[in-house]
Design a protein around this ligand. Structure first.
Ligand SMILES: Cc1cc2nc3c(=O)[nH]c(=O)nc-3n(C[C@H](O)[C@H](O)[C@H](O)COP(=O)(O)OP(=O)(O)OC[C@H]3O[C@@H](n4cnc5c(N)ncnc54)[C@H](O)[C@@H]3O)c2cc1C
Length: 371
């Protein structure tokens, strides 16, 4: 029997909510705290690759995602005017709106019996060796067999336990994103490139919606005024005249429709993603650039594997070591490939376009191997 009976999860994002639900399925008592005042259901869309859907399927959560989202099996490349350059079949993936995914994961966790507290974070963590004592921001205290840091790229739990030297670093790229009504011809992951090497991506998120993103390079992190995001976005997209992009851009009339975010990355070194009884998962352990649309998928896989390890017979330490050994090599390969693509896009996107497509497809093939 496992000696892990009580787990605290910090953060109810994609990874934390999935881990909470997966652990409850194994009969473990789960408390999850989320700093946001209510469901963190914000954002545009997300692509769940084949391996992500497979991981969700293993915990019976793939069906609701397939119902809400849109399944696709194509990776198509175009020039900025919308002329086709290449089409590649891929393993089937699903595009879904982020709020819909959050609702599915949080809803499943709560229904399974997870205690989920919004508007609460962790003030202090004290690993006593045989348990972890935690003081929360609302003054309450608790004691747990294991604490899971699922609090994202800027994880304050990681900083408390592992130190500031693992804070994420700006990678030289940022991303513009917005959602629009989906035209029927958008049947997969579309990439458009202009002659200067700029890239726009489009991913369906439901029968009637999709989201677009554009990457922007800069040496230093950029700051954008919140109230001008829609006009700044339109300037950025000027060179892209493909009808699908132009029609979508016309729908953008207010700054709240647009998200701008720099890419800050971090891969926690091995051999272990835990210190004592505090363990990292998702972006807290491995924040990638999003070129391979797999950061959320890696967080979901982490959740499934971590739950399996913590429920297996043995001690908490054995479980956390087994989790690290299973996850680090796989995640490292995907994280490094994401960063390589980001580097190629910054250096010479046109010269590297073929290498980029080849690495993307090769990594997708790798991801479809068993985790
Ligand atoms: C532009 C872009 C596009 C992307 N596209 C894709 C894609 O198509 N497919 C894909 O798989 N991935 C994609 N990703 C990556 C994906 O969004 C992340 O990898 C994923 O969200 C990581 O999940 P997580 O649960 O680890 O972290 P998060 O989703 O960041 O969740 C962390 C949660 O912890 C909470 N939190 C933070 N600090 C505390 C605290 N101190 N106490 C309590 N709670 C706290 C936060 O409020 C949040 O709810 C993309 C990322 C970007 C930037």
């Amino acid at each position: 029997m496992s000696d892990v009976k009580r787990v605290l999860i910090v953060g109810a994002g994609i990874g934390g909510a999935t881990a909470a639900y997966a652990l409850r399925r194994h009969g473990i008592d789960v408390h999850c705290v989320e700093q946001a005042p209510k469901s963190s259901a914000a954002g545009t869309g997300i692509c769940l690759l084949y391996n992500t859907v497979r991981a969700l399927h293993s915990i019976d959560l793939a069906e609701p995602c397939l119902e809400k989202g849109l399944q696709f099996e194509r990776f198509r490349q175009f020039d900025a005017q919308g002329n086709p350059i290449a089409v590649n079949p891929t393993q089937p993936g699903v595009g879904i709106r982020r709020p819909d995914l959050a609702q599915i994961l949080e809803g499943a966790a709560v229904k399974a019996g997870v205690r989920l507290d919004f508007g609460v974070t962790v003030d202090e963590i004290m690993d006593r060796g045989d348990a972890v004592d935690v003081t929360f921001s609302d003054g309450r205290r608790g004691s747990y067999d294991v604490v899971v840091a699922a609090d994202g790229a800027y994880s304050s739990t990681r900083r408390k336990v592992f130190g500031r030297e693992f804070d994420p670093e700006f990678v030289g790229q940022s991303c513009w994103r917005f959602s629009a009504p989906r035209p029927a011809e958008l049947d997969g992951f579309f990439l458009f490139r202009n002659e200067q090497g700029g890239t726009v991506g489009a991913i369906p998120t439901a029968k009637d919606s999709f989201y677009l993103f554009m990457l922007e390079n800069s040496k230093e992190p950029m700051w954008m005024p919140d109230d001008q995001l829609h006009t700044l976005l339109k300037e950025r997209f000027k060179g892209f005249t493909a009808p699908l992009i132009r029609d979508a851009i016309e729908q953008v009339t207010a700054p709240e429709q647009v998200i701008f975010r720099p890419f800050d990355v971090r891969l926690m070194p091995g051999p272990w993603w835990h210190r004592g009884r505090v363990v990292l998962m998702g972006d807290a352990a491995h924040a990638p650039t999003p070129q391979l649309t797999s950061g959320g998928g890696m967080a979901i896989e982490d959740a499934v594997v971590l739950a399996e390890c913590l429920a297996a017979p043995g001690t908490a330490m054995q479980a956390l070591e087994a989790y690290s050994l299973r996850r680090i090599p796989r995640v490292k390969r995907v994280w490094e490939a994401s960063l390589q693509i980001s580097r190629w896009e910054r250096d010479d996107p046109l010269a590297n376009a073929d290498s980029t497509a080849a690495l993307l497809l090769d990594t997708y093939r790798f991801l479809s191997e068993p985790m």
